[in-house]
Design a protein around this ligand. Sequence first.
Ligand code: NAP
Length: 235
Amino acid sequence: MPTVVITGANRGLGLEFVRQYLAESWNVIACVRQPSPALTGLQEHGQLTIHPLELVDPEALAAFASSLGDRPVDVLLNNAGTMGRGSFATEGLTPFQFGTSNAGEWAEVFHLNVFVPMKLAELLVDNVAASEWRRIVTLTSMLGSMELNTLGGLYAYRASKAAVNATMRSMAIDLAPRGIIAVPIHPGWVKTGLGGDKAPLEAPEAVAGVRSVIASLTPENAGRVLSYAGEGMPW
Ligand SMILES: NC(=O)c1ccc[n+]([C@@H]2O[C@H](COP(=O)([O-])OP(=O)(O)OC[C@H]3O[C@@H](n4cnc5c(N)ncnc54)[C@H](OP(=O)(O)O)[C@@H]3O)[C@@H](O)[C@H]2O)c1
């Protein structure tokens, strides 16, 4: 069966990806800072491996990659992401609005949302190239689209998702000769810690949609921004 590497797999969309890929008997390598009981409870599936991994630690990333050796990775799924509201909360500021920008927060958001998918792709590219599926997917957001931004705010998060779209576009071009399809996919607005309670979608529906898009990718899709429904999205 194919193998998927999923980052941020202890809760939210990442955990649901683990559940659904295990249900289809895939080999799942789940990367997490702290395994949640919900994730460890899935270990009864023999195909789940949990890797403790702080993604913004470059040495930990490299050690994770070398622990895989030359094992093929069919799908590298860059799921972990942050809006960075943590430091705003501790400073008592209203998050995400003009007038509240913070260098540490921007660095944290860009490191996790943009640089980690880039570096992980570089570290695992040979594993992906050696697989049957050969896909690198990063979860982006419609909030990264210039055209769809009519509300303003959310500066660091929007900018990071626009940046990761540009990153995936270059990756799609550079890795096409190796038969790798690289795409950013928007999962919809989903009820999770990040999406909040007002989101219209539940994680199982969003993840089923993203998985179906991943399964039906063709080289023509490489570098496009796709929605969980498989539609092209405006930049
Ligand atoms: N939910 C939505 O409506 C929505 C919409 C568009 C795009 N997305 C994208 O979908 C992806 C998943 O979002 P979600 O809604 O599932 O978010 P979530 O519930 O907040 O989960 C985020 C995940 O990222 C992990 N993470 C954060 N910082 C990390 C770090 N430094 N090292 C390792 N793991 C780290 C978290 O682990 P910890 O538990 O250890 O913090 C958690 O597992 C993100 O890229 C997000 O931008 C979500």
